[in-house]
Design a protein around this ligand. Structure first.
Ligand code: AMP
Ligand code: MG
Length: 359
């Protein structure tokens, strides 16, 4: 798609907005829409040309498959050639919601949608506008995050407009999303489910329903020659334009104690003053409680360290702010505590190109 498409922007609640989106999708067009995780960039999943338009609009590598969004459980049986019992149990427990399931694909799913794989990723979102749009279109909707490839996923309509205006046919504005990080992806093609991307649905929540679950070895940093099983996880995602470094405490006990917080702040303040002297623009990503500890012109508050849901909701917005500010060097605290710690740090570490300083 060229960059001169006339993009229609409508609020989800506006009369006729969802039906207009459905008509565009049926014609093979592109619609960005809100989900409970991040904004998606949707197209007819069974139409190879429509899928190709998604890759073109995002600048996404063609080997990085798309998640197919559905609005009714029976759709799984139209798309997947085998649906094991454990997959059904997870669907029952977590759909509609932020869980994507990988299953062997049926022939009707084109290889353009699955990046050439013989499996398909399927999710039923819980956002009412997303469900309504999928139902009205009577299609299955392939939808990656609605950002330019490599940029942080969009969590507000403004983020989508800044990346996608002129590249897509329509943007549905549903305000800020609820969760803020992408769905958990679980591979259900083997006997034991494997987490390919951590998210809001944690390992413990999955194990509570189906017993043992493992985590893709390729997700663990720095194991040579082991590639992540989800092709998208190998790319540097979410990265702001400036150089981001995470500063964290080496001994994690008492992570929230004043002395620990002070030693992280001291290190970050030292780094900032060094960069400032060299004439660079700096920014800090901090939890609300620590913001006052920093001596920096740009202190971006990610949320409350003790409450991962607040961090997840704001993280991508804060990474985009670093670009708006034009920060050359960005230093972030680690947010590795609580149930969302793994999911948040997976994204933050990628944004930082795995750069971590321990104090
Ligand atoms: P996004 O929609 O931007 O959140 O990206 C979708 C993620 O799902 C990417 O990391 C893809 O590599 C991954 N994915 C989609 N389909 C499959 C599949 N069949 N097998 C493994 N990973 C997949
Ligand atoms: Mg994405």
């Amino acid at each position: 798609m060229n960059e001169n498409t006339n993009t229609i922007i409508m609020n989800c609640d506006e009369k006729g907005a969802i039906s207009k989106a459905a008509v565009i999708l049926r014609k093979g067009g592109l619609v960005a829409f809100p989900t409970e995780t991040v904004y998606g960039l949707g197209a007819d999943a069974l139409n190879p040309e429509a899928s190709n338009k998604i890759y073109a609009a995002k600048g996404r590598p063609s080997d990085n498959p798309l998640i197919v969004h559905i609005a009714d459980t029976y759709a799984v049986y139209k798309l997947a050639s085998h649906v094991p019992k454990k997959a059904v149990m997870l669907m029952e427990a977590f759909w509609p919601g932020p869980l994507t399931i990988i299953l062997p694909k049926k022939d009707i799913v084109p290889s353009e949608t699955t990046g050439g794989l013989d499996t398909v990723a399927i999710r039923m979102p819980s956002h009412p506008a997303a469900l309504d749009m999928i139902r009205q279109s009577e299609l299955y909707i392939a939808a990656p995050s609605a950002n330019i490839s490599g940029r942080p996923s969009p969590t507000t309509a403004d983020h989508v407009i800044s990346d996608m205006e002129g590249r897509v046919d329509m943007i549905l504005d549903g305000g800020a999303v609820g969760i803020g990080i992408e769905s958990t992806i679980v591979d259900m093609t083997g006997d034991v489910p494997v987490i390919l991307r951590p998210g809001f649905i944690t390992k413990a929540m999955l194990e509570n329903i189906v017993g043992a679950v493992t985590v893709d070895k390729g997700l663990t940093d720095n194991i040579p020659n082991i590639k992540p099983k989800a092709p998208g996880m190998k790319y540097t995602h979410y990265a702001p334009k400036g150089k981001l470094t995470i500063v964290e405490i080496s001994d994690d006990t008492g992570a929230f104690s004043y002395i620990t917080r002070l030693s992280v702040a001291k290190k970050i303040n030292d780094l900032i003053s060094e960069k400032k002297q060299q004439g660079f623009k700096t920014a800090v990503i901090a939890s609300s409680k620590n913001a006052h500890l920093y001596n920096c012109e740009n202190i971006l508050i990610a949320g409350e360290a003790e409450n991962g849901e607040t961090i997840a909701a704001k993280l991508y917005g804060v990474l985009r702010e670093c670009d708006d500010i034009g920060a050359d060097y960005i230093y972030s605290e680690a947010f590795n505590h609580g149930k969302l710690g793994d999911a948040i740090m997976n994204r933050l570490l990628k944004a930082a190109g795995q750069r971590v300083i321990k104090v």
